[in-house]
Every structure is written in C-alpha cells, then in structure tokens.
Design a protein around this ligand. Sequence first.
Ligand SMILES: [Zn+2]
Length: 271
Amino acid sequence: MPELPEVETTRRGIIPHIVDQTIEQVIIRAPKLRWPIPKSISKHLPGQVVRSIERRAKYLLVAFDTGTLIIHLGMSGRLQALSTTTTANKHDHVDIGFKNGCWLRYTDPRRFGSILWTTDAPLEHKLLCQLGPEPFDKSFTAEFLVTRAKNKKLAVKHFIMDSKVVVGVGNIYASEALFAAEIDPRTAANQVTSQQYSLLVKHIQRILKLAIKNGGTTLKDFLDTDGNPGYFSQKLQVYGRADLNCLRCDGKITALQIGQRNTFFCPGCQH
Ligand SMILES: [Zn+2]
C-alpha cells in the first residue's frame, strides 16, 4: 500500500512535469474506483492550468483556478508522469494529457483509490477535515500526544496509527519508530510518558524523512519485476524480523497482532 513517503515521492516526481502546464484532454477509461470519478472533469479540465500540487496525509491535492482534484492511491494506485503517450494497459484507468506533450497516468489494479473534484476549500472536504496534524508539523509534539492520549487505554502502536491523532504513521513506520524509541508497542497510550513521546515524535519524523529520501518503503504490491523488495526494506530494523536476533540486544524479535496489524518488537529492549 502506498504510504505517506510514496505519496510524497510521487508528488515531488510529477511537479516538474505538470505544474504550470495546461490540460489538453482527460481520458477516463474506468470511472469505478472506490468512488466514481466525476465524469464532468473530462469536460471542464481541458484548458485549465495546474497551479500547484500539495499533499495532505496520503491525499494529493491538484489545484486549478476553479477547484481541486483530490487523489488517493488507495491500496495499489500509481500516478506517473509520462513524457509521451504509450498504449494503455488494463489497469491504466485515467490519462490526463497536457499541451506540453506530457501525460499524467493513473494506474490502479485493485481500484481502491479515488479521484474526486471539489470547488470548495480542499482541506474542508469531509475526507480531510478530521485528520490529525502532519508528522512534520510544528504542532506534532510530545505534549500534543500526551493530551490526545488522555484516558486512552488502547495500545500506543494502535494510537499513533490513528490518522485522527497524526497522519502518515503506517504499520511499518509505527513498528520501526517504537523500536527506535524503545517503547513496548502494547503499552497503553495513556501510560507512555512525555519523555517517551518526545523520543517517539523524533523517531517518527526521522524514519519518515529517511523513507521519503529513499523513495518510500516497498511492500508486497511494490515488488519490482524480479520480485525483489525495495531498498528501504533493507534498512528496516525490526519490521518483518520475527524470531531473528535483535540488532540492539541479545533478544529475539517477537511478532504479534495489535489492532489486527502485524507488529514486531523486541521484548528485551522495548518497555
Ligand atoms: Zn533488543
């Protein structure tokens, strides 16, 4: 599943090709994604200029003078800027052609992604208005987490993966950050100290930054054509290492489920 680093990498990758460029045509081959793609965009987007591409959580916000496209990659979506048109394959659902010859292609085998249009302030959209802060936002601090965790007895790992608390901490990043901060992922969110949350904030930011620098983590859906996992996975310290030796102590990495998600941690050095 594309996580925040992949979405940010996508944003940075397509900006040079389509910002300030004018749309010539929109081809929608398969409008049925998670929600239907509004057909009207193929009528009113041609002639319009992309003003900016921002990201909020895992949503890309493509701004025009008359509104904003809100794009989510879902489980298996991919957005590519092509320098020339190529034959569309089965899962290439949308092509947006630009006057400069570039094409923006949306591919999504599992069709859990979405492409929506709003003429209102995009951050007020119902999908976005309840999201917690960005992990790199100044407001994402230990104090903020302590306040949000008040009376919350759920496991801290589950807590930091809640997008209403903070966005972008996917399953891998949660395990990795908790390992780096030496916090047991099962600890009740309201039992984590301010000092621990401070370390956790620091490591969440560090790990996400590293992942963005490396182009995102690579998961099952993102195996290359030879079936090899991506390079960031080689830097994972704890995720996917069940029964292997801890890289920090003599203990063995334990795997269990928290909130129905695979969780990896070292009982020896995470308390
Ligand atoms: Zn250990």
